[in-house]
Design a protein around this ligand. Structure first.
Ligand code: FAD
Ligand code: SIN
Length: 529
């Protein structure tokens, strides 16, 4: 089936929904999303959104904290621009209906604190900020007459003019999309396509991310010849709940902002041995400190102790975390919480300019899928939702000015099924999926070595060949598409890690423990593999 829109947005997290609302001013918008509309990393965000709002804070301090966390790799002009634009984007979010927590009798917004921040500056909706943002944005999208949302629709690949044999400048003309319920591939043609597909936490065995985070946008852009930057910088969140009955549940850094302390299984504080900021140091440092402590003691986890706070305070400030832990028999006001680091955030991504434009005409990337230079080698906590808001705004201004007023919806070639039969050995998909995630966890984790990276590369290349063969022989399914993307993105992470012959921010390797004096981006593209 052929569908035509002015703009096509892939993904319905904060970046995709904000883009859709802003692009709807210029014409019709299709939002394509692979599960139900709210299912996204955004929906699970806890801590909040970093933004200077208090008289004790300043743009200069927020900029400095971001640059310090980013370990010399942030683009300073991008950081300055995004930090200064944050209050305007937050104002829009409030106007759209987002209700941030307030300070009770004192009035004004309640400000949380997280690692690497020198001031309290995190706007939050208790410990469910993402859910509140997603709720308000979805409600606005559903009210808008120019926006249509396609759920259970997995984008497969970008349609480019060169791929379908058109002469002239190569540009993005739309996307092939698998309708997961009808089991049919539809062709979406659009004047402009926006990747808002989020990150790739599922490349790793343990992650805070939900199942949607399989790196699809990075993989699609890479296959279309667009450069991908800094993918070695995978952020491991220090405190994911460690419990056999739960999967991917985050214990927000905001607890450490309220004084929670990391302790080992003997109850001793250990983070201050690694950094004077102790439990509130930037995430790369805290995650490495936990990793070292677990290796030193042989323990399966460490603990986060917030028992100095009253049960009443914790139930009010962190209702989601309190209730989840309580359902597992952990009263966080009385006992320390077992935690481990887990893959959390992709600091690199599809290379874009500060307005979200990629090197492929007609293709923009916004949110976690994009690499703007804001995060450098390690993202400062709660700068991600902020980046998504600013980037969605900026790209929509750019798109409105240059594209929608000028061009017509392009004609495209529809998807060719090629007579492939249904896959009969789904066990291969499940097995390869598990194997990739184990390889990445064991060999491309918090501490790396050349030997481990080479081992991961060899194994991933065998898997990629196997998946490639399987992909072309059978009719596509959602699982197969995700597996193909997961394998490719894991390989890109390894290529990027191999190229960075230094330790910087989130990339720590025993072979090159020092940091080079000049900081450079790592770029990988189709010519590399
Ligand atoms: P997402 O919100 O992940 O949305 C991606 C969308 O793309 C989804 O709708 C998905 O279904 C869709 N999609 C993916 N692939 C395809 C495809 N092939 N076809 C169609 N659709 C597709 N950041 C902060 O700043 N503050 C926080 O407090 C915070 N807390 C966090 C807590 C948790 C548990 C996690 C996991 C992350 C947290 N982060 C936080 C990070 C932040 O939530 C994400 O970086 C941000 O929400 C990303 O938004 P996004 O719109 O780019 O992607
Ligand atoms: C958290 O609440 O700890 C997550 C914040 C973030 O990832 O920015």
């Amino acid at each position: 089936m052929l569908r035509q829109y002015d703009s096509l947005v892939l993904g319905s997290g904060v970046a995709g929904l904000t883009s859709a609302l802003k692009l709807a001013r210029f014409g019709s918008v299709a939002v394509v999303t692979k599960k139900t509309r709210a299912e996204s990393n955004t929906n699970y965000a806890q801590g909040g959104i970093a933004c200077v709002t208090s008289a004790e804070d300043s743009f200069g301090l927020h900029v400095q904290d971001t640059l310090t966390a980013g370990a010399g790799l942030c683009k300073e002009e991008v950081v300055r621009g995004y930090v200064a634009e944050a209050p305007e984007r937050i104002r829009e979010l409030i106007d759209t209906g987002v209700r941030f927590s307030e300070r009770g009798m004192a009035g004004g917004l309640d400000l949380g604190r997280e690692g690497g921040h020198s001031k309290r500056r995190i706007l939050h909706a208790k410990d469910m900020t993402g859910r509140e943002v997603e709720r308000a944005l979805l409600a606005a999208v559903e009210r808008h007459p120019n926006i249509v949302v396609f759920e259970n629709a997995t984008a497969i690949d970008l349609i480019t003019s060169s791929k379908i044999g058109r002469p002239g400048v190569n540009r993005c003309l739309g996307v092939y999309v698998l309708d997961n319920l009808a089991n049919r591939v539809d062709t979406f043609a659009a004047k402009v396509s926006v990747l808002a597909t989020g990150g790739c936490g599922k490349c790793y065995l343990y992650t805070t991310n939900p199942d949607i985070a399989t790196g699809d946008g990075v993989a699609m852009a890479f296959r279309a010849g667009v450069s991908v930057a800094n993918m070695e910088f995978i952020q491991f969140h220090p405190t994911c709940l460690y419990h056999p009955l739960t999967k991917s549940f985050l214990i927000s850094e905001a607890l450490r902002g309220e004084g929670a302390v990391l302790v080992n299984d003997s109850g001793q504080e250990f983070a201050s041995r690694h950094d004077p900021r102790a439990s509130l140091a930037p995430r790369d440092i805290v995650a490495r400190a936990i990793d070292a402590e677990m290796k030193r003691t042989g323990a399966a986890c460490v603990y986060l102790d917030i028992t100095h706070k009253s049960e009443a305070f914790l139930r009010e400030r962190f209702p989601n975390i309190f209730a989840h832990c309580e359902s597992l028999g952990i009263n966080i006001a009385r006992q320390p919480i077992p935690v481990v680091p887990a893959a959390h955030y992709q600091c690199g991504g599809v290379m874009v300019n500060p307005d979200g434009a990629t090197s492929l005409a007609g293709l923009y990337a916004v949110g976690e899928v994009a690499c703007t230079g804001l995060h450098g080698a390690n993202r400062l906590a709660s700068n991600s939702l902020l980046e998504a808001l600013v980037l969605a705004h900026r790209s929509s201004v750019e798109i409105g000015r240059t594209l929608l007023t000028a061009s017509a919806v392009p004609s495209v070639t529809e998807w060719q099924e090629g007579g492939a039969g249904d896959p009969d050995e789904l066990v291969i998909v499940t097995h390869n999926w598990k194997e990739i995630r184990q390889i990445m966890w064991d060999y491309v984790g918090i501490v790396r070595t050349d030997k481990r990276l080479a081992r991961a590369e060899r194994r991933l290349e065998i898997l990629l060949r196997e998946i490639h063969e399987y992909y072309w022989n059978f009719k596509v399914t959602g699982d197969l598409l995700e597996l193909r993307n997961l394998a490719l993105v894991s390989w890109i992470i390894v290529q990027s890690a191999k190229r960075r012959q230094e330790s910087r921010g989130l990339h720590y390797t025993l072979n090159y423990p020092g940091t080079l004096t000049v900081a450079r981006d790592t770029l990988v593209d189709r010519r590399d593999g």
